[in-house]
Design a binder for this molecule. Structure first.
Ligand SMILES: [Fe+2]
Length: 305
């Protein structure tokens, strides 16, 4: 095996007998899962064992560090309930959520790239007509969003279901308020030519909940908890792969700092064209002289399977 790299290579060079003992332990633990009747579970547990032991050996993990890690996970578990999921946050900030999505959404031609679902999707949202308003009571600059849903051959996908959700300009989702409001979320259908259009509010950056152990970890390593400004999409149509994605705002400074959950794909960064107050809206809506913005997101769905 490769000799482990240590924090202080000079004083922790394990030597051949030490390496033999460590190898022997890994083999014994891997073997302990060999009789699992579920082959997938056997694969998962044996690979987890190999990678976990390789990590412990590479960093020469101290016993204090192991107990600190256990304390961290214990604290994260204690903080987790129906409304707060600290362990999903941990998966997100480690890029594990995004990597799992990447693995499970194989590149397919020019199909739109997927990104994280996030913790603020809900199972129910109001349906709106084409050109309707996703924002409802959510505050922010009015934002006209339009585009098409097509397949890999460029053919329109009529009647596709598009679900959209977003934070308001205070960086909060409706479910983060205590008053049961439903705002900043809705679903609609594409028309016969695969087109769609709706009003929303311009996305703004917001921090992931950072008052728990994950936030403390981010502070300790000098990382920002803030997510780049984004608008969530979930697009489904029979015969096509379910698409969970966002669009991001071109020019958003947080794209330079880095999105705290690694959700950004370059192909998902879209120009938002800000319009001066009084500029006529595309659908003739009276915006009362307020400035507004507009963007376009053309979606390509991969076939199912
Ligand atoms: Fe979000």
């Amino acid at each position: 095996m490769t000799r482990p790299t240590s924090r202080n290579a000079a004083d922790t060079d394990p030597g051949p007998e030490q390496v033999r003992r460590e190898d022997e332990l890994v083999a014994r633990v891997v073997e302990s899962f060999a009789a699992s009747p579920d082959p997938r579970l056997r694969l998962l547990m044996q690979a987890l064992t190999r990678h976990l032991h390789a990590f412990i050996r590479e960093v020469r993990l101290t016993e204090d560090e192991l107990f600190a890690a256990i304390r961290f996970l214990t604290d994260a578990g204690h903080l987790t309930d129906d409304e707060r999921q600290e362990l999903i946050l941990l998966s997100d900030v480690l890029g594990a959520s995004m990597q799992t999505i990447t693995v499970n959404n194989q590149a397919f031609g020019d199909a739109t790239e997927a990104t994280v679902l996030g913790p603020f999707h809900t199972e129910s949202s109001p349906e709106i007509e084409p050109g309707g308003d996703v924002a409802g009571a959510a505050s922010g600059m009015p934002c006209w969003v339009e585009g098409t849903v097509r397949d890999g051959q460029g053919l329109p996908v009529p009647h596709a279901r598009i679900e959209v959700w977003e934070a308001d300009d205070r960086g909060r989702y409706d479910v983060q308020y205590a008053d049961d409001r439903v705002a900043g979320r809705a679903h609609l259908r594409t028309d016969a030519s695969g087109g769609y259009r709706f009003w929303a509010v311009k996305p703004t950056p917001y921090p992931i909940p950072d008052d728990g152990p994950v936030g403390a970890m981010l502070r300790a390593v000098g990382r920002s908890p803030v997510r780049a400004s984004h608008l969530h999409f979930l697009v489904t149509a029979p015969g096509y792969r379910r698409l969970v994605t966002h669009i991001f705002v071109e020019g958003d400074e947080q794209l330079v700092v880095g999105d705290s959950v690694f959700g950004v794909r370059d192909s998902l960064i879209k120009p938002f064209e800000d319009q001066a107050g009084g500029t006529p809206a595309p659908d003739g809506r009276d915006l009362g002289g307020r400035p507004w913005t507009r963007t376009r997101f053309d979606i390509v769905l991969a076939p199912e399977g």
